[in-house]
Each structure stands twice: as C-alpha cells, then as structure tokens.
Write a protein that binds this ligand. Structure first.
Ligand SMILES: [Zn+2]
Length: 242
C-alpha cells in the first residue's frame, strides 16, 4: 500500500498539464540589448519567454540576465563555448565537458541568484548520452525538431512537437522562427496546442526591428504570435514556470 501511495504521489508530481496550451518562446545566444528592449512587448501580452545565454557571464551579461529575470522571464544556459555537445562530449568525456561548457556558466548563475532549470543545445546537436549527462544539472533540455519533423513535413501534424504532459525531466523539440517564416505554420501549430492543452516551444535568436534574412524574429512577427496566443487563451510562459 505504501509503495502504491509513493508511486501515485510520484506520478502526480511528475505530470503537469496546462489548460488551453502553453506557448514557450525561447531565444538563444546573447542579444541582450534587443532582448531587454522587448520586455515591454512581452508585458503588453502578459507573456514570459526564456533566454538561453552562451559565453562568459560577465558583468554586462549578468545585469541583462537579472533585468530579464526580474521582469518574470526565465534564463537558461546555452554553453560556455557554444560547443556542439555530442562532439565535445566524445572528445572530452563527461567531467571535462561539464567543466569546460557547463559549470563556468552554472556556477556564476548560482552565486548571483539567477535561477537555472534549462539548457538549449548549441546547433541543436544532441543524443541520448548528452541528454543523460545534462539532465543531472537541468530539468529541461531544448533542441530542434530533428526527427519528429521530417523535411517537408507539416508542423501541426508532427505529434512529438506537442507535449501534453511535462515530466520532471523533459526534452522539448523547438521549431525555428527564422527570417521571413510562414506565419500560417505557426498559427496552425498554436491552434492544435490550444485545442489539446499542449506545450509547444519555438526558438529564435535576436528580436530585430525589421524582418531579418534568417535566425531572428522581428518585433512585428513577435507581436503577431503573442496576440494570436492571447486570442486562443494560451498561457505564454518561460520554461521555469512549467
Ligand atoms: Zn546558439
């Protein structure tokens, strides 16, 4: 009986569901000026995002990370050297990989009160082995859609993109918002997430005044996505809030 109750408690603690779906917007690298400039835009839609920082967390980075965190956003890590995880792990082994890529960032965050629960893979390179190592230090990992969305596939039909139960340790495939992307693809995916109470994750890098050639999202595109999520009554959260 006791074992059954423990198992039941663990099950309840492990599974979290979200009515009307959750939109998680994530941003990579270190575009601190434009990220901080976007705080007001997110506020307008009662939205939070996640910012994955790579590189040395110096005073300037720390100030921006604190500003974003104080505005309710989540901060995640994206490695110290932007090293591809699988290659780097194979070359260095677990201890040295963590020493070179993870701890130099994680330690600074801990000392300075930045709450870290998530990691985004540089260049989305990952495998089961790197997931295993990194789940010892993070609750959530983000890559790209990889195998769940074959080339030419339709995002709204890629079942693996829609996370209906968030586990205590959870990998999220992210879909890239890059350049002049097709907004209908994004809206269709959001429609399904809202209908199925699922979490979906997108990623971009900078937040630019105009539409960029690739990698980045413009302020206009961002507002279009945020207002559509609000119209669907989706929650717009940072990963720390899951
Ligand atoms: Zn990156």
């Amino acid at each position: 009986m006791k074992k059954f109750l423990i198992a039941l408690l663990l099950f309840v603690a492990t599974i979290r569901t979200f009515a009307d779906g959750v939109l998680c917007l994530t941003f990579d690298d270190r575009h601190f000026t434009n990220w901080c400039n976007a705080i007001e835009i997110f506020e307008k839609y009662d939205a939070h995002a996640t910012f994955f920082v790579y590189g040395k967390i110096d005073a300037n980075a720390l100030a921006s990370m604190k500003k974003l965190q104080n505005a309710g956003h989540s901060i995640g890590l994206h490695s110290f050297n932007h090293a591809k995880a699988v290659e780097s792990y194979r070359k260095l082994g677990e201890a040295e990989y963590l020493k070179q890529e993870i701890f130099p960032q994680l330690d600074v965050c801990r000392v300075n009160g930045i709450e870290i629960r998530s990691f985004a893979y540089p260049n989305s390179q990952r495998n089961d082995q790197t997931d295993k190592i990194l789940f010892k230090h993070f609750d959530f990992l983000r890559g790209n859609c990889g195998k769940i969305l074959p080339k030419g596939g339709i995002l709204a039909q890629a079942d693996g993109f829609f996370c209906k139960n968030v586990a205590l340790k959870q990998f999220f495939p992210g879909y890239s918002l890059s350049g002049d992307f097709d907004m209908k693809v994004i809206r269709d995916a959001m429609d399904r997430a809202a209908k199925e109470d699922a979490v979906i994750v997108f990623y971009a890098h900078n937040i630019t005044p105009e539409i960029a050639k690739s990698h980045h999202i413009s302020v206009g595109q961002l507002e279009e996505i945020l207002s559509y999520a609000v119209s669907l009554q989706m929650q717009i959260k940072g990963l720390n809030e899951l």
